[in-house]
Design a protein around this ligand. Structure first.
Ligand SMILES: Cc1cc2nc3c(=O)[nH]c(=O)nc-3n(C[C@H](O)[C@H](O)[C@H](O)COP(=O)(O)OP(=O)(O)OC[C@H]3O[C@@H](n4cnc5c(N)ncnc54)[C@H](O)[C@@H]3O)c2cc1C
Length: 392
């Protein structure tokens, strides 16, 4: 067989939420798409598996088959001490397991017409102005465009020259614990968040159908402390640390404004592009949005409406980066003044309502900032001051 017998419109490298979304939408529009993943599916990914209502709203498919819990409450503690519970009358987030969520999203991409090859690690990518050659498992696949969706440790960004050595990253460490009978009902529809302990981050407990996921994350330099922080969090939440399974750490990549993520006929989505929310560490929303924007840009390119994929970068800046910039500011203020920030979350219904509006996708960070009116000048000044001397 001629190595290039199959010519694709797009090769998607990586079948996480970003890759599967791009592959599904492109295949549905009639494009010939192949999605490659180095792992055998179903596969797990270090992740809390929290899909906010904001993220779920991005999809035109129903996640119901993989939702294990629906969250309406948060138990918030400060430095593993005093805790309070806040509630919202509507769902805030769904709890999923990534092994099931990602397999389901890949299945939806296949149903839309995409080819999916798992256990297919990509080793080499060559892109020129008109074509891309991707090598995997001894095959050379050829396409008009390539989408790098291979996450924080993928090969595409490097192979295509997008890598930014200075890129900021957060780190997280997590494990799974069985729920003791007595505490099962406590986490039925509630998550736990511990604030103020870890620089640049927080500790969490996210309940699943038959276990809980517990983890800690923060700025990169906090990495070596995370194992100890997880022990302390387990003790605080009355979880038997000795029985934790699936212990693992992973990066959360953060894009700097203006860092290139599209060139010629190639682009990056999701974690490969660093589209994680710096305040919450949530990346599934950015993965879904960038997957959609990538599919739209590739469709325009295939229809010869554009001569390259750089419109994608503009779209990401418009739909995601302006919010990510405000999230950076909030993160700086929150971590400079953790105690007052947690107190505001506890006592201010307006602030809690805004937080829930953000998580539910009813408002954006940018709208929240604008809603401050003249006070936003104070907020911006405070954010600038708060960011001074912060080590990431
Ligand atoms: C501990 C932790 C907890 C988190 N919790 C949450 C949370 O609760 N909610 C949330 O929204 N976000 C969370 N995040 C962030 C979230 O996990 C990521 O932002 C999200 O997975 C990004 O999706 P993606 O599709 O871009 O990449 P990924 O999900 O990482 O998928 C990339 C895929 O590419 C494949 N791949 C890699 N290299 C190659 C190669 N060479 N060839 C072929 N395939 C390759 C991988 O096998 C993988 O399947 C968390 C992150 C961490 C580290």
């Amino acid at each position: 067989m001629n190595a290039y017998d199959t010519e694709y419109d797009a090769i998607v490298i990586g079948a996480g939420p970003a890759g599967s979304t791009a592959a599904r939408l492109l295949a549905r529009s009639g494009a010939k798409v192949v999605m490659l993943d180095r792992a055998s599916f179903p596969r797990d990914k270090p992740c809390g598996g929290g899909v906010t209502i904001q993220a779920a709203r991005e999809l035109d498919i129903d996640l119901e088959p993989v939702i294990e819990r629906t969250i309406t409450k948060a138990q918030v503690s400060f430095r593993l001490g005093s805790a309070f519970v806040r509630e919202w009358p509507q769902p805030l987030s769904y709890m999923t397991q990534r092994s099931r969520l990602d397999a389901y999203l890949a299945e939806m991409a296949c149903e839309a017409g995409a080819d999916f090859r798992d256990a297919s690690p990509v080793r080499e990518i060559e892109a020129n102005g008109s074509h891309v050659i991707v090598r995997s498992n001894g095959d050379a696949l050829r396409a008009r465009t390539v989408i790098g969706a291979d996450g924080a440790n993928g090969v595409t960004a490097k192979a295509l020259g997008f890598i930014n050595q200075q890129r900021r990253a957060a780190v997280a460490f997590e494990g799974d614990a069985t729920i003791q009978n007595g505490s099962a009902s406590r986490w039925e529809d509630a998550i736990a968040l511990d604030m103020g302990t870890i620089p640049g981050g927080y500790g969490w407990l996210f309940p699943k159908g038959d276990h809980v996921n517990v983890g800690v994350g923060g700025w990169k330099y906090a990495g070596p402390t995370l194992r100890g922080q997880l022990s302390a969090l387990c003790a605080f939440l009355e979880l038997d640390e000795a029985k934790l399974t699936n212990l693992r750490g992973y990066n959360l990549p953060l894009r700097d404004a203006g860092a290139p993520i599209a060139r010629g006929n190639s682009l990056l989505v999701g974690d490969a592009a660093g589209l994680v929310d710096p305040l919450s560490g949530e990346g599934i929303h950015g993965a879904f949005v960038s997957g959609r924007l990538a599919a739209e840009a590739v469709q325009r390119y295939l229809a010869s409406d554009t001569h390259d994929l750089t419109s994608y970068e503009t779209a990401v800046d418009r739909e995601l980066m302006s919010d990510i910039e405000v999230s950076y500011k909030l993160q700086a203020v929150f971590h400079r003044f953790p105690r007052p920030s947690v107190a505001v979350l506890h006592h201010s219904d307006r602030f809690w309502g805004n937080f829930c509006g953000l998580v539910r996708g009813e408002m954006t960070y940018t709208q929240t900032e604008a809603s401050l009116g003249p006070l936003r000048h104070f907020f911006n000044g405070l954010a600038k001051l708060s960011a001074i001397g912060i080590r990431r």
